[in-house]
Design a protein around this ligand. Structure first.
Ligand code: ZN
Length: 350
């Protein structure tokens, strides 16, 4: 927990704008559901909302906390006596956890204007625990604000959703991911390519800011840059070696651990290829290669942009997209990957 301000949060301007309007009109709700992809900052927005609502001397003209009252000081210290966070205990959120959290909400706020409860992974509230929470959601006290957060809204019980104001969050832009990764202390030369591959998620972005994973990205990126210079038959050998390089670095731990390429590996590899060719396309339109996610490969990007027409780069990108679109149908990841590289190599032929 920290003292967050809406104005300092990157992205989500529409969602934050809606919350700011509710706060400024003096009509904030008492139960919110923040749903959207993992790692986009839903929890930070939740903390910013609670910080303003709990602030004891807010400026009525802004939706920001004052920064110096006892409640703001508690947020800044990272421990707020009036804010409870409910997290999974094993596979679910258990009824005893819910009961304990609700008990804490019965007392008057200690330092702030309201009491707050943040429920992480709210989809893990199953029937019994959900029912305990529902009773409280149905009989709101003006002093309590619930913020339920989920990245799997499809698993959430309808009874819970129907009692909350729902705010949908979208993935972050690559620029926002890159800036946030750098702000967290990651090297810019890793944050760039990681942001291009992170699908708008800081969770995935952080996972990719790792030397071994970045070495894999570089390996695929190098191949993407020289594709078309060698015989298309080289593709099979390249694909054959990919699985072995993935051992221990697959971003999703649930995947196969072995040295064979599995279907779940393909989206990451296809995205690396695409991101390189997209960068080359940007270079072809006059963007400086140093400003792009794959800035480390600036020389290679310029060479590719110089030897291949933009339309051919688009065709290569389209080929990877077509494979991704039909991934569920394709039984053999190695063959599918090889086929797409052979097709791209024809487009990118020197
Ligand atoms: Zn304050």
């Amino acid at each position: 927990m920290a003292l967050h301000r809406f104005s300092a949060i990157r992205g989500h301007r529409a969602q934050i704008g809606a919350l700011e309007r509710l706060v400024l009109r003096g009509t904030p709700g008492h139960a919110y559901l923040f749903e959207g992809p993992e790692g986009v900052g839903k929890d930070v927005v939740a903390q910013a909302l609670l910080a303003r609502l709990a602030c004891t001397s807010p400026d009525p003209a802004t939706a920001e906390p004052c920064g110096h009252c006892p409640s703001c000081a508690a947020f800044a210290r990272g421990e707020h006596p009036d804010v409870t966070r409910l997290e999974r205990d094993g596979a679910t959120i258990k009824i005893d956890q819910v009961r304990n959290a609700l008990k804490r909400l019965r007392y008057e706020p200690v330092v702030g204007s309201i009491k707050g409860l943040i429920v992480e992974s709210a989809e893990l509230l199953r029937e019994e625990a959900a029912n305990a929470m529902l009773k409280t959601l149905e009989e709101p006290s003006g002093q309590t604000v619930f913020i339920l957060v989920t990245s799997k809204p499809q698993l959430l019980l309808d009874t819970i959703r129907s009692r909350c104001q729902v705010l949908r969050f979208a993935p972050l832009s690559p620029d926002d991911v890159a800036a946030l990764l750098v702000a967290e202390g990651h090297a810019a030369e890793m944050a760039g390519p990681a942001s291009a591959l992170a699908e708008g998620s800081m969770t995935l972005g952080r996972t990719l800011c790792d030397a071994a994973r970045m070495a894999f990205v570089d390996h695929v990126a190098e191949y993407a840059l020289r594709l078309g210079l060698e015989a298309p038959s080289e593709a099979a050998a390249f694909v054959e070696g990919l699985g072995g390089r993935l051992i221990g670095i697959r971003p999703d731990e649930g995947d196969a651990k072995g040295k064979d390429l599995v279907r779940a590996d393909l989206p990451w590899i296809l995205e690396i290829l695409r991101s390189v060719w997209r960068d080359a396309l940007m270079v072809a339109t006059g963007m400086p290669a140093e400003s792009l996610p794959h800035a480390r490969s600036a020389t290679g990007l310029r060479a590719l942009a110089a030897r291949v027409e933009p339309g051919k780069l688009v065709a290569a990108i389209d080929a990877t997209q077509r494979l991704e679109d039909k991934l569920v149908l394709n039984p053999n990841p190695k063959l599918a990957m090889t086929a797409v590289l052979v097709e791209a190599a024809v487009h990118l032929r020197a």
